[in-house]
Design a protein around this ligand. Sequence first.
Ligand SMILES: CC(C)(COP(=O)(O)OP(=O)(O)OC[C@H]1O[C@@H](n2cnc3c(N)ncnc32)[C@H](O)[C@@H]1OP(=O)(O)O)[C@@H](O)C(=O)NCCC(=O)NCCS
Length: 188
Amino acid sequence: MDKIIPLSIPGAELRFLEPTPANAAELFNVIDANREYIAPWRNSTTVKKIGRSADALSALEKYKTEWNERSKFTYWIFFDGKLVGNAQLENLNFEHGSGNIGYWLAADYTGRGIATSAIAALEKIAFVELGLSRLEIRLSPGNERSENLALRAGYVYEGTARQDYLSTYNNTRNDSKVFSKLKSEYKG
Ligand SMILES: CC(C)(COP(=O)(O)OP(=O)(O)OC[C@H]1O[C@@H](n2cnc3c(N)ncnc32)[C@H](O)[C@@H]1OP(=O)(O)O)[C@@H](O)C(=O)NCCC(=O)NCCS
């Protein structure tokens, strides 16, 4: 599994981050500056739990463990050398050949196609390298940017999973709109 992957948007790449104090500080800073932009939509323990730099270090350690166990692959999106977002392959199930894609961007880096290019890179890993047959994107009703992104990337809306998760943002049971792409639909 490559730890640095160039994206199709010039200046953008995915990187695995080692759990170092410097990386943790950079992660904390981008999350802290974008907390209210990301948190309502991304049920991310990272955003919820990272209240200080030490939390970011613990999160990076956990992501490294998950990476080594091949249970979740967490990449960080860089643009011109700056950490600007997150892209993950999660809920991996190699028996059933399935997984989910998760993502967020710092608000200032939206609108440039960076998330679209990150999804394309994760699809290549999932379908080509890992041999998965199904990828899912789950998003909250009302998350128009994420829904546009999923549709633009060619994901098919399957329906709404009712109250399928407890939101870390407002502690309510939220619905998810479920989108998927099959390997047979992957255009490379
Ligand atoms: C979801 C999220 C990542 C979408 O960001 P985004 O900027 O819309 O997505 P992209 O980076 O792919 O950029 C797409 C935009 O760039 C434009 N664009 C410019 N160049 C482009 C290119 N080469 N390729 C694709 N799009 C391009 C597109 O037209 C689109 O603009 P539009 O929104 O005006 O239609 C972002 O809104 C976010 O982080 N939200 C908060 C957290 C969140 O919701 N996470 C997902 C939970 S399910």
